[in-house]
Each structure stands twice: as structure tokens, then as C-alpha cells.
Design a protein around this ligand. Structure first.
Ligand code: SAM
Length: 287
């Protein structure tokens, strides 16, 4: 285990002082790692966003530890108190779910601990962005994590415009009530990109739908989504130049739709003739 927890140490020996950044599951509790459990069992305290959420996880693991609140509202004094405690204690940092610091609190704390020259180590595990990327099957040789899109229409459009030239899959965190608005903004900024909606990852109703923005808007307007969402936008179809490749668009749409629907989506996105697209979609489907 990083800095350490060696194989020769007794399993319940206290950990050496420092900050331990521990990832926790994003839904399925089976996704906690062995190192995470061991670290939680042997630490002196756990800094967490919500003591009820982390209390439940610890109870599930049969572990009882002092919980310190460290959330988005934490200020310099909360950090100082934690940094002081880390001089003599092994403190774990978790967030409600997934990897701390990834759209979650901890960035300033990690830097404060580093500045004091105190030890920091990481116990990696579940992260919704990576789970969504891998499940989507979109190109993953290059990807950009872009966090949550802004709520305001203008700011959201500006962010999408600034990202539209990037030759990589873009990964966003999203909420169910805002999904259609974000898809609509993506349809305006990047209508020809393949998009994936990865929902309820690792949970009972896990699903991943892929298609063009126009098709996904129609689907989610008819089937309002619930739960947690990772929204992914594939790279430009022609690697940087927004020229239209109808075959690539049709193939993307055909992943989730019948030829008639795929033709309608691509026609709406490109202004091309729907009947021509339908004929081509039938050919592509035959292979
Ligand atoms: N730090 C966390 C991580 O590493 O996964 C993410 C925290 S962020 C505040 C919460 C967002 O992550 C949600 O709004 C959603 O976009 C995404 N998310 C978390 N769990 C998810 C899940 N099970 N399925 C899909 N998205 C999820």
C-alpha cells in the first residue's frame, strides 16, 4: 500500500500519520477496494462531506471512527484544524461517493497538507467519469474531464463553444433535471458529435444510451431520466474539421435507433435529405 501499510504489518496496526485520500463506491457497495477498507479500519479519523452518508458506509463495513465534516463550505480554519491533526494522526479524506477532489472537496486540503511537508497518499477506486467513459465505448485514447456544465444558458453555450475544437472525448457530470437542456446546448454547439448518456452506473438501473444529440433529446423528452448521469461527447467525427460525414453520423445513430429514426436524426442535424439518408442507413445496416 503506497506509503505504508506493509504486508508485514499486523492488519490492525495504526497507520502512520498523514492524509489518506480514499475513493468510495459510486453506487454498488461491492466496489470498495480492499485497501480502502483496510485504511478506514486502521485510520484515526475520517474527514467527509456528509457525516450521515459516510457513517452509513462505515456501518456497512462494521467500522466506527470519529467523523470530521469537510465539505464545500469548509474554510481555512477547518483546513488548519485538519492539517494540525494530520501531524500526529492518520486522517482519511472521503467524499460522499467516488474519488475525492474530482468535482468534490479536497483540492485545497491536499495542497495545504503538501505545503506543510506532511505525507499524502491515495487509495484509488471508483470514479464516475472513468466508469462512464469505459462503459460508453466512445474513443478513450484522449479524453477531457470538464466537470459540471454551467447552469446559465449563456455560460453553458460559452463553455461548449470553447470545448468544441478539442479532438478528444469530453466527459461532463450532469444531473437528471438538467440533461435535456445540456443536450440541447450540445446539439447547438456540436450537432454531429456522437453523445453518450451513462446513467446510474454500478446501480440496479444502470444504462448507457448513445446517439446524436437530436436523437437523445427526443428520447429523454419522452422518457424523463432519473438518477445520476455522466454525459459524454465524442471527438469531432473527422478529427478536428467540422465537415459532415453522413456515414459516420448514421453509424452513430444506428447504434441506438432503427434506420428510419437514424435517418430522421441525421436529417434534422444536417439538413440533408431524409430519404437519401434512409436508403444509406439501410445499406449500412446490411453491412
Ligand atoms: N467524485 C465523484 C466521482 O469520482 O465519481 C463525483 C462527485 S460529483 C459531486 C457527482 C456527480 O458524479 C453526479 O452528479 C454524476 O454526474 C456523477 N455520478 C456519481 N455517481 C454516479 C453514478 N453512479 N452514475 C452516473 N453518474 C454518477
Amino acid at each position: 500500500m503506497g506509503r505504508r501499510v506493509s504486508e508485514t504489518e499486523p492488519p490492525d496496526a495504526p497507520l502512520s500519520p498523514g492524509l489518506y485520500i480514499v475513493a468510495t463506491p459510486i453506487g454498488n457497495l461491492g466496489d470498495i477496494t480492499l485497501r480502502a477498507v483496510e485504511t478506514l479500519r486502521r485510520c484515526d479519523g475520517v474527514a467527509c462531506e456528509d457525516t450521515r452518508v459516510t457513517g452509513k458506509l462505515l456501518k456497512h463495513l462494521g467500522i466506527s471512527k470519529p467523523l470530521w465534516r469537510y465539505d464545500d463550505h469548509a474554510g481555512p480554519r477547518d483546513r488548519e484544524r485538519l492539517v494540525e491533526s494530520i501531524r500526529s494522526r492518520a486522517m482519511v479524506l472521503v467524499s460522499d461517493a467516488g474519488t475525492p477532489l474530482v468535482s468534490d472537496p479536497g483540492y485545497r486540503l491536499v495542497n495545504a497538507v503538501r505545503q506543510e511537508g506532511l505525507p499524502v497518499t491515495v487509495i484509488p477506486g471508483a470514479c464516475a467519469a472513468v466508469a462512464g467513459l469505459t462503459l460508453s465505448g466512445l474513443p478513450n485514447d484522449r479524453f477531457l474531464f470538464a466537470g459540471f456544465l454551467p447552469v446559465k444558458d449563456k455560460s453553458r453555450a460559452d463553455v461548449l463553444a470553447s470545448l468544441s475544437g478539442i479532438d478528444a472525448t469530453i466527459v461532463f457530470y450532469e444531473t437528471a433535471p438538467r440533461l435535456v437542456k445540456s443536450l440541447t446546448a450540445i446539439a447547438a454547439a456540436m450537432p454531429y458529435r456522437e453523445v453518450a448518456v451513462a446513467r446510474e452506473l454500478t446501480k440496479l438501473h444502470e444504462e448507457c444510451r448513445r446517439g446524436l444529440p437530436a436523437g437523445l433529446i427526443a428520447w429523454y423528452e419522452a422518457h424523463p431520466p432519473k438518477g445520476e448521469i455522466v454525459l459524454l461527447v465524442g471527438p469531432p467525427v473527422d478529427h478536428g474539421h467540422e465537415e459532415i460525414d453522413p456515414d459516420a453520423l448514421l453509424r452513430a445513430a444506428l447504434a441506438e435507433a432503427k434506420p428510419s429514426q437514424a435517418a430522421a436524426q441525421v436529417a434534422k442535424a444536417t439538413g440533408m435529405d431524409r430519404r437519401d439518408l434512409y436508403a444509406r442507413a439501410m445499406e449500412l445496416q446490411k453491412g
